[in-house]
Design a protein around this ligand. Sequence first.
Ligand code: HEC
Length: 193
Amino acid sequence: MTRALLTVVAAGGLLAGCSSSFNAPRDAQSGAAQARWRSSVDAIGKPISEADLSAWNIDVAPDGHGLPNGSGDVATGGRIFAAKCAACHGAKGEGLIGDQLIGGAGTLATPNPKRTVGSYWPYATTLFDYIRRAMPYNAPQSLSADEVYALSAWILNRNGIVPDDARLDAQTLAAIRMPNRDGFVPDPRPGKL
Ligand code: HEC
C-alpha cells in the first residue's frame, strides 16, 4: 500500500516537473496571498550599489573582457615579485610553499610534466585575473591594477613569452598567445562546455 502510494507520488512529481502545471499550487493562491508573499520577499535585503558591486565584479574573460585600465612593465614587476611573492614562490618563481610559476616548457608530454603558468596556462588574461583575485595569498585583492599588470609582465617575461621591455595593459595582455593555447580541447560530450 505504502509502496503503491509512493509510486503514484513519484509519478505525479515527474509529470509536474515536465509540464507547466509545476506552478499550479502557487497559481491557486488568492491574489491577496500572492501579494503578501511578494511584499515579504521584496522586504528582504536591498539593491546592491554600483560601488559595492564593482568590488566583486572583477572577473576577466579569456578574451580580455573585464581587464581594467592601467599598465605595468617587467622591471617593476620584478621588484614587486621580490617584495610580495618570492617568499612563497621562490626568488625565480621556482616554487616553495607556493606553486612553481616559471619554467616547465616542453615537459607536458613527458612522464614528469611541470604545469606552470608558462608551460600550461592557455590564456595570459587568466594570470591577471588570478593574481588580482587571489594573490598574495596572505593579502588577496590588495594589489593595484598597475601592480598586477607589472607582475604578469615579469612572470610572462621569465617564461620567455614577452620581451624584457614589455609593458602590459588591457590590449597587449589580451593579445598574447600562450604556448599551450592549443593544448586544451573542447569536451565533446553533450551538455559539457
Ligand atoms: C603566503 C604565500 C604566498 C604568497 C606571498 C604568494 N603566493 Fe601565490 N600561491 C600561493 C599558494 C599556496 C598557491 C596555490 C593556491 C591554490 O592552489 O589554491 C599560489 C598560487 C599562485 C598562482 C597560481 C599558480 C598555478 O599554476 O596554479 C599564481 C599565478 C600566483 N600564486 C602568483 C602570486 C603572485 C604574483 C604573488 C605576489 C603578489 C603571490 N603569488 C604571492 C602562495 C603564495
